[in-house]
Design a protein around this ligand. Sequence first.
Ligand SMILES: [Zn+2]
Length: 330
Amino acid sequence: MSHIYKLALFVALLTVIGCSGNSTANSDLVAVTSISPITSIAESIAGNKIEVIGLVPEGENSHEFDPPPSVVTILEKANIIIVNGFNLETNVIELSQNSKKDDTDIVLLADLHIPESNYKYDFSFPKENGHPNPHTWTDPILGLTFAEEIKNRFSELDPDNRDYYQRNFDSFKVRIMDLDHLIRKSVGTIPSQNRKLLTYHDSFPYFAERYGLEIIGAIQPSDFSEPTPREVIELIKQINKYNVPAIFGSEVFPSPILTQLAKESNATYIDELRDDDLPGEPGDSGHSYFGLLIYDLEVIVRGLGGDTTGIQDFDVSPTFEGHSKTTYPQ
Ligand SMILES: [Zn+2]
């Protein structure tokens, strides 16, 4: 009996060591991310194994975000730093380079995965400024590419949980493919002469190319000022020439120019698009990358006269197993 008792005790002890060993290893790993769509993609892979800390507060102008010095303590403990890239998070990257551990990689997702032939330059992000339009995440297939890169990086950092990250990636991929199908179907219901986007903040060129919408203009100049009176006149001509039913503004960049443009053309002004600010609050099921893409899809399809059936029913809840350890600053 005593022999069996000892064996049981030994097994119990091993289990305890095993568990605490595992949870210590997991809770030690920290991934620092920048904007909330990238944070959400990383969260979908990390699940409950890696702490993901976003740096850019939601609702802020991410292009000009300058992290406060308090962020240094977060960057110092980061095991990996993941950003969109394409010059979006210059201040975050600079502070990261000065604060991070020597062996912590900074992963620039767009720079790594988008070939130069697919770079988008336009009015708000002109080629002469040297940096392509950074709003890559509005294309869910690019989002999937980023998720795969993140899955590979997490698996290198934490090989014991390789299968968990792979499962999370697989579930994420299934949902992305469903979403891709839904977007294609929904955009297809927009009358073909209306499949044109004119937005204030220039967030949708990658989305538009993927799903067959034409970008007829963006209003915000590259320095985030307001367009000149001459540029406004040109935009009114564009709107009237293309006869678009709606022009779109975003919540983060309210602008009186859009009201004027709508008044002087036949277009409706819809100021509801989201750039990188997830809908709802952290912890809500729609506060996710899927929630963001579904939200913007609904606004665009409705505004351009398409059929929004099925968009609101799309499952935007988390695809990963376990409780998230992700922080979204507000
Ligand atoms: Zn933006």
